[in-house]
Design a protein around this ligand. Structure first.
Ligand SMILES: Cc1ncc(COP(=O)(O)O)c(C=O)c1O
Length: 359
């Protein structure tokens, strides 16, 4: 079970607002709101003042629309789902002049105008109009009558590191382009480049809209302070047993008890996003103590060594991410152990894990 603390989400949104002086927020809720459940998270954040949502794919935006969400939704990486963009009144991010032409043609056919945000690549190397041609191309795109250009955006590649040289270059390129476009009488209602790291550390990048994702969920970069992780991952024990010294545990017998031991089986595995690299490395919290993962993580289960933990029962809560008593395990801790980032830890939590929301 993943327990999502809506108050933590509100707190983290409060940090965004405080840092940016209450500017417009696009809440990034792609990948099922980084594993937190996009519909519930989006509804909560909208209620707390978010104006716009951001998702990666049109299919994600459709789920939000079908859940009754009516605010503008930016679709970051669409290319093919033209009809759906119109049917569901979505706002595609356009990063290629040919795509702008396609959308304009479709809008003309439908006798309508489609809102778009244009994206320029200032150094991420992923999607965006190339900086060299951006000015000329945006001039051309802005003459397409069936497009309504509502925003210009870009994306940082390393605003989360201490050395901000490259990030500053990206801001300078972005604002330089905005200036040149202004001279050409092209103005944008919204300008946005700031992800979470830039919201937190680069006020010069806030423009008049920001696009935080990970910080809404309580994480950002190593050492960040003031955010509250919103998600706890919890389970219960399905079996406890006492085993003799020398008993192998789990696939491949990589763990062999070196004493008479108590072993608990917990029904969560790599298919639920509990990374297999946590085999013999992970820890869970039970009765306020740390219990090490014994042996390999299986698809649906892990075994943990509870020999040293007093009074464990089938009622004892098992915390895989979150707090218990004085102990805590964060997505950062798991990321460190598995060689990844908290984004991946959170977005890997599988669909079998039910999400519940607490206030
Ligand atoms: C286009 C875009 N904007 C904003 C974000 C949010 O970034 P972060 O989660 O680092 O705040 C992402 C996430 O990767 C993104 O792809």
């Amino acid at each position: 079970m993943a327990e999502i603390d809506l108050k933590a989400l509100s707190h983290n949104l409060g940090v965004v607002k405080k840092k940016t002086g209450n500017t417009n927020v696009i809440a990034v809720v792609k990948a099922d709101a980084y594993g937190h459940g996009a519909i519930s998270v989006a509804k909560h954040l909208i209620q707390k003042g978010v104006s716009t949502l951001g998702v990666a794919f049109t299919s994600e935006a459709i789920l939000l629309r079908e859940a009754g969400i009516t605010c503008p939704i930016l679709v970051f990486f669409d290319r093919n789902s033209t009809v759906e963009l119109f049917n569901y009144k979505l706002t595609p991010v356009v990063f290629d002049i040919n795509r702008a032409r396609e959308l304009s043609r479709e809008a003309y056919k439908q006798n309508t105008v489609i809102p778009v945000h244009l994206k320029v690549d200032t150094g991420m190397g992923r999607v965006g109009l190339t900086l060299n041609n951006a000015l000329q191309e945006i001039v051309k795109i802005s003459s397409m009558k069936n497009l309504r250009i509502e925003g210009l955006m870009s994306h940082f590649s390393e605003a989360d590191i201490q050395d901000k040289d490259f990030a500053h270059q990206q801001v300078a390129s972005f604002l330089g382009l905005v200036k040149s476009l202004k001279k050409a009488q092209i103005h944008f209602k919204h300008l946005h480049i700031a992800n979470s790291a830039a919201v937190l550390t680069m006020p010069e990048a806030h423009c008049n809209m920001v696009r935080p994702g990970i910080m809404l969920y309580g994480y950002a970069f190593p050492g960040v302070k003031g955010l509250k992780p919103a998600l706890s991952l919890k389970s219960r024990i399905v079996l406890m047993k006492k085993v003799a010294k020398g008993t192998p545990i789990s696939y491949g017998r990589t763990f062999i008890t070196n004493r008479r031991s108590s072993i608990a089986t917990v029904p969560i595995g790599y298919a639920d996003g509990y990374n297999r690299h946590l085999s013999n490395k992970g820890e869970v919290l039970i009765n306020g103590h740390r219990a090490p993962v014994a042996g390999r993580v299986c698809m649906d289960t892990i075994m943990v060594d509870i020999t040293n933990i007093p009074s464990v029962s089938y009622e004892s809560e098992v915390v895989l991410i979150g707090r218990q008593g004085r102990e805590k395990i964060t997505a950062d801790d798991i990321a460190d152990k598995t060689g990844t980032i908290p984004y991946e830890v959170l977005t890997s939590i599988g669909q079998r894990v039910s999400r519940i929301y607490t206030k």
